[in-house]
Design a protein around this ligand. Structure first.
Ligand code: C2E
Ligand code: MG
Ligand code: MG
Ligand code: MG
Length: 294
């Protein structure tokens, strides 16, 4: 009977799977032309200091809007990674983000964080690409943070890991900082983390605690990660803060930096520029000496 049910399942799922695969192929084909057709854009989400609300940085988040309508990053980034298109797309992201961020950094001292895929780190000339982009844009290396997910760092493979670490170390020698994105969702051990060239931990939003106390476990996790950050002398940024209660709780835990809809959603460059120019936080005496990330 179980076998029969299994068979039925396969039959029921087949058309859907075929449709999904067809859809993936279509998306991959579309993505190939995304840069040329100017379908890519960057949105920027503020990173704020919890105590003052000052915007101390921005994360560049890629948007793809083909004629058929916006495709979310969680759909197209994996396709870009599988097809290798993330390499040219990632270079475009770096160039565009550095160009946008140069005046924000000059006038508001904001740092820029850019997401980088494991596939990009496997390119031997990745460090040179980053350094060339910085030079061309005029953004100083100290204003750039590269975000790499914990799982990406672990997934590059043993031999490759050594090369990837060497590349990250080269970038760090120039003053660029490295953040581990979505920290807590992977399996990195304490000792492993200690040997990675890393400056910042970004606590995945899955662990951001609620204020209503129904997530004691999340709160304990966040506390543990914050403690880990202090032990390893790393800065920590809490992701996905959606309520004032969450922000308060994180402050009580002595978390200093956060990101989330509660403060601001990702927005186009023009809107971010307006926010920085008009934001009392960006110009208050409290932010005359903005806290440094790292
Ligand atoms: P991420 O780097 O962890 O970025 C944070 C994601 O959380 C963003 O989703 C952001 O819009 C969302 N977010 C921010 N605050 C909140 C909040 O308060 N609540 C909730 N529910 N979500 C929040 P987005 O923009 O859809 O990007 C998804 C992922 O796609 C990113 O996760 C990153 O891994 C990847 N990605 C985005 N842009 C790039 C890129 O240029 N290159 C690469 N390699 N990956 C990218
Ligand atoms: Mg990120
Ligand atoms: Mg993240
Ligand atoms: Mg994420």
């Amino acid at each position: 009977a179980a076998k029969g049910a299994g068979k039925n399942c396969v039959v029921a799922y087949e058309p859907r799977m075929r449709a999904d695969r067809l859809n993936l192929t279509r998306l991959a084909a579309g993505l190939r032309h995304a840069i040329g057709r100017r379908e890519l854009a960057l949105h920027y989400q503020p990173v704020v200091e919890l105590a003052s609300g000052a915007v101390i940085g921005v994360e560049a988040l890629l948007r793809w809007t083909p004629e058929t309508g916006a495709v979310p990053p969680t759909t197209f980034i994996p396709i870009a990674e599988e097809t290798g298109l993330i390499v040219p797309i990632g270079t475009w992201v770096l160039q565009q983000a550095c160009r946008d961020a140069v005046s924000w950094h000059r006038y508001h001292d904001t740092v820029l964080t850019v997401n980088v895929s494991a596939r990009q780190l496997r390119e031997p000339d990745f460090p040179q690409t980053v350094l060339d982009t910085l030079r061309d844009s005029g953004l100083p290396p100290s204003a750039l943070i590269l975000e790499i997910t914990e799982t990406a760092l672990l997934a590059v493979g043993a031999v490759e890991t050594r090369r990837v670490i060497a590349r990250l170390e080269e970038l760090r020698r120039h003053g660029i900082r490295i953040a581990v994105d979505d920290f807590g969702t992977g399996y990195s051990s304490l000792s492993y983390l200690r040997h990675l060239p890393v400056d910042i931990l970004k606590i995945d939003r899955a662990f951001t605690p609620d204020s209503d106390g129904d997530s004691a476990e999340n709160a304990a996790f966040t506390r543990a990660i914050l403690q880990l950050g202090r032990t390893l002398d790393l800065n920590t940024i809490a992701e996905g803060v959606e309520t004032a209660g969450q922000a308060r709780l994180l402050q009580e835990m002595e978390c200093q930096l956060a990101q989330g809809y509660h403060f601001a959603r990702p927005m186009p460059a023009t809107a971010l520029a307006q926010l920085l120019a008009g934001s009392p936080a960006g110009t208050s005496p409290g932010s005359a000496h903005p806290p440094t990330v790292g």
